[in-house]
Design a protein around this ligand. Structure first.
Ligand code: SAM
Length: 273
């Protein structure tokens, strides 16, 4: 058995941006081997349904290109590629170890491997030209980026006018009792379970802390609007422990009622999982 890594990360709220980034890189370079297994185990496999829900909400009207930011081991990238057979998918992540796993997984997927590629890069300086993609998505990644407005601006830059951003993120539910139960699971149970399987158990303390520190839904949706996204909606999944945030990059040439993504929705805040 591999030796345990003696890591001890400071609480997220006390981290400076540079230290936060260094810790994120360290964590994802050391949990890679067990990442998928633990994701499924610790979320009771709900993560699969959450990514499927995000992919279902996407539209590819023009470029037919999708960018998966913080792609990790490519689960959302592959979900999108298999759901939309004529869409070309690019995954970007700054941790090489995660991308290596993504490449291996993709090679096994005959139905879509020719349309999926990966690039090592930073969400804050995406290596793509302006207006390159119909949709930019990020699953469980925005929480790990200290400069969230900077990342949202970068997503907007590479989107076409009328393009969509889709952000899947875990956070505490709004309901008080659920919030208490969820904090208890994250702080007490999840790190103990993770300790049995990973070389770097401190990574799961960070994971728990980063979920607890993530802004409340309306605050994060407000941040998306401040950056310029319109028609921002969010969908609670599995009692609100995960949310999908969707927004549209406005088309400057169109009046508000003609903007892409502007359509009345019956009950956007209903639990959708
Ligand atoms: C929790 S994993 C999510 C992976 C995948 N999207 C999924 O659904 O399982 C977070 C990923 O975000 C990546 N990441 C965090 N900050 C990043 C940044 N600034 N630029 C690129 N990748 C980043 C990490 O390397 C890691 O692979």
């Amino acid at each position: 058995m591999k030796e345990r890594l003696k890591r001890d990360y400071a609480p997220v709220k006390d981290l400076k941006a540079d230290d936060h980034i260094r810790i994120v890189q360290d964590i994802f370079a050391t949990v890679t081997g067990k990442y998928d297994f633990l994701n499924h185990l610790l979320s009771f496999r709900r993560d699969v349904a959450w990514r499927r829900f995000a992919a279902r909400k996407m539209h590819f009207p023009r470029t037919r290109r999708y960018l998966d930011v913080a792609t990790g081991t490519a689960d959302l990238a592959l979900e999108v590629a298999s759901r939309y057979p004529d869409v070309e998918v690019t995954g970007v992540d700054f941790v090489l170890e995660m991308l290596e796993k993504a490449v291996i997984k993709t090679a096994r997927r005959k139905e879509c491997r020719d349309r999926v590629s990966f690039v090592q890069g930073d969400a804050l300086a995406l290596p793509f030209a302006d207006r390159s993609f119909d949709v930019v998505g990020i699953a469980f990644g925005i929480r790990n980026i200290p400069d969230r407005p900077g990342a949202l601006r970068e997503f907007s830059r590479v989107l076409i006018e009328g393009g969509q951003v889709a952000i899947l993120e875990m956070q505490l539910p709004q309901q008080k009792v659920l919030q208490f139960l969820c904090s208890f699971y994250l702080r007490r149970i999840l790190p103990r379970m993770a300790r049995c399987f990973t070389r770097n158990p401190a990574a799961y303390l960070y994971l728990a802390d980063s979920i607890i520190q993530f802004p409340a839904p309306e605050r994060f949706a407000g941040m998306m609007r401040d950056v310029g996204f319109s028609n921002v909606r969010h969908y609670p999944l599995t009692l609100g422990i995960t949310r999908l945030y969707v927004g549209t990059k406005p088309d400057g040439a169109l009046p508000p009622e003609k903007q892409p993504g502007h359509f009345p929705e019956k009950n956007p805040d209903r639990d959708s999982s």
